[in-house]
Design a protein around this ligand. Sequence first.
Ligand SMILES: C[S@@+](CC[C@H](N)C(=O)[O-])C[C@H]1O[C@@H](n2cnc3c(N)ncnc32)[C@H](O)[C@@H]1O
Length: 218
Amino acid sequence: MVSWQPGTSVSRYDFLAREVHKYKPKIIVEIGVLYGKTSTRLIAAAKKYHEKIDFYGFDLFGSATDEKLLSEVSTMPITAQKATEKLGSLGANVTLFEGDTTKTLPIFLAMNIEPDFVFIDGGHSPETIEHDFSMIRKVMHEDTKVYFDDYIETDSGEDLGWGCKYLISKLQIDPTIEVRHLPCIQHFKLRKRGSAEWTIPGTLEIVRISHARLLHPA
Ligand SMILES: C[S@@+](CC[C@H](N)C(=O)[O-])C[C@H]1O[C@@H](n2cnc3c(N)ncnc32)[C@H](O)[C@@H]1O
């Protein structure tokens, strides 16, 4: 397993971009756009393989409040207008959804789009992550890859009340789902859900979910 340390150029987002080079998606979803940094990397990587890329981005954008961000362990995003300006110049078809994913993902589902690549990195409360995956699961095709940021392990074993570990532990026992941890662990000082103090040492990983391939004996 490769471990990331401050001062090296390898981060879990580098590994995410590598996944785009590996699977060459045409339809990309990012839940949690923030400043559009990862969105830009994902689109740029996918554009190397396809002329036409469809990117769907979800965020609270202008509707974010300090209280909501504290509860979702998130940072204040840019506005949808700024994100449109930033991502609109990359040569992809960009569609942005502003608002809570409990409201916006049902709209996306009604569009009958089956994404190839989904990065779930919006609200970090266990209930929001579970909600977001329950929606995305309905539009996964056979080869869709879904990535969760923020699989957390604290050095002390303390549960910080956020991140995808709770959901992943449930998916791990689902025989229809294959779970892979990307080979990169980043060490940080983390915070508890609802707290603004980044004082608790621990690690973050990205986890990939795909449909399990059932092996049939010849
Ligand atoms: C960690 S940031 C995303 C980082 C981004 N994926 C990147 O790699 O640069 C989380 C984002 O999710 C958004 N967010 C938090 N809760 C949300 C919710 N319930 N619905 C939609 N977006 C949400 C926040 O506004 C924030 O911009």
